[in-house]
Design a protein around this ligand. Sequence first.
Ligand code: SAH
Ligand code: SF4
Ligand code: F3S
Length: 482
Amino acid sequence: MHSEIDFGKIELAEAPPAGEPARQQYFMERLREVVEERSRKYGRPLTACIQTFGCQMNAKDSEKLLGILLQAGFTASEDEASDFVLYNTCTVRDNANQRVYGRLGYLNSLKKKNPHMTIALCGCMMQEPSVVEKIKKSYRFVDLVFGTHNIFRLAELLYRCYTEKRMVVDVWGGTEQIVENLPSRRKYSFKCGVNIMYGCNNFCSYCIVPYVRGRERSREPEDILAEIRALAADGVVEVMLLGQNVNSYGKTLDTPMTFAALLRQVAEIPGIERIRFMTSHPKDLSDELIGVMRDCPKICRHLHLPLQSGSSRILKKMNRVYDKEQYLALAKKIKGEIPDLSLTTDIIVGFPGETEEDFEETMDVVRRVRFDSAFTFIYSKRTGTPAAAMEDQVPEEIVKPRFERLLKEVQRISAEVCGKDVGKTMTALVEGMDTHDPALVTGRLSNNIMVHFPGDASDIGKLIPVLLTESKGFYYMGKRLP
Ligand code: SAH
Ligand code: SF4
Ligand code: F3S
């Protein structure tokens, strides 16, 4: 998995190598020739723009996709009026899909002005056959479609697109393959997401992710640790370990390993000051993990623990494999062991069959746990999932008011909880300049809450002790300490 590629030795006249990543290195070079030729013809660099929808997993994939494009000679751009535009899509809820269709109309208008423009779609939405059919039929101006399992093949696919001059569609049903050692371009110099596993085996009955991301596969710990060591050597101080259910990391490896054991090894890497992870499923959260979080100061004081519903009856229908009491007991245990931990969650309102009583159970958990913050979602029917076929879909006029009530309660509690640390000194990792006041910078605390305090661009990427002077509800104002 760690084979190094020497570009000088790649013989372009020969047939492409069959093995990866050598094959993609070959196609990045071929693509570079095409990009350079076009660039000479147009008398300017060729630009590429990636738009990311969805979760951290997609954001990470976009960094890999951009790495490939830069290696192939493109210049990165934020502007959709680019020579190559790639939408990395999400399909977790229907509104994610609608946003993509809406934006495609705009891309078409741009393409009419610049016929050289190439439009590509990839990511979770493309794993749905009905979506691909619709693109092929009604969005003929799209040049390239690929899915989640073959993003590593971008160079090869785009090369085909340029040379064959027709719509290229390549979506895989699944894969066992994990291709290591391809380029990546980080969005931030000081922090980075790191995949520790791909896919999901949980099949929560409302969720499309297992169908579009495939079965659970863990990366080898050596590969993960080597990537993080390289990131640390390159100035990264914070890593976010990514997986749909990180607590089941390592179960399918030839030499099984727990997530807690992996965390311990990551924490030993010099230069890595902060470790985060997303997402934890309550059913697999072990005492070993709570112990490692408690004992290791590098692990951030933040746990995202999706609740989804507070009703045991609904949780059962959701196939979440825990009930209300178990969730409450788990939250209590974690808070007991790590009192300064910030606990956040995801909640779905309006799952099929949800009654007023079920909804009140959710409100009850929200009031008892007092989450630092919560992402609240209206249930969205995803074709092909078991919940889509359930009777008693809850009508919108019932769901909407429930959603508003929940949101209000979540926000009320969140403002109270967030203010509790005023007067304390905490370390902030400066992420950027404040967007409203040029005299301030914005930093993130270990518990994931933001703080604004005086500083300048030279502070970005640094860990700075800050006295929290004022709570603004969801963030703090602060004073830097020497
Ligand atoms: N693997 C993560 C969640 C990934 S999806 C976990 O289990 O914690 C992120 C969130 O989207 C989920 O936690 C859920 O709250 C929400 N979600 C997923 N499918 C949904 C649907 N069909 N309708 C509404 N919200 C949904
Ligand atoms: Fe979806 Fe459940 Fe898997 Fe999370 S754990 S991605 S909600 S199926
Ligand atoms: Fe969306 Fe795919 Fe993530 S469906 S939430 S981008 S895994």
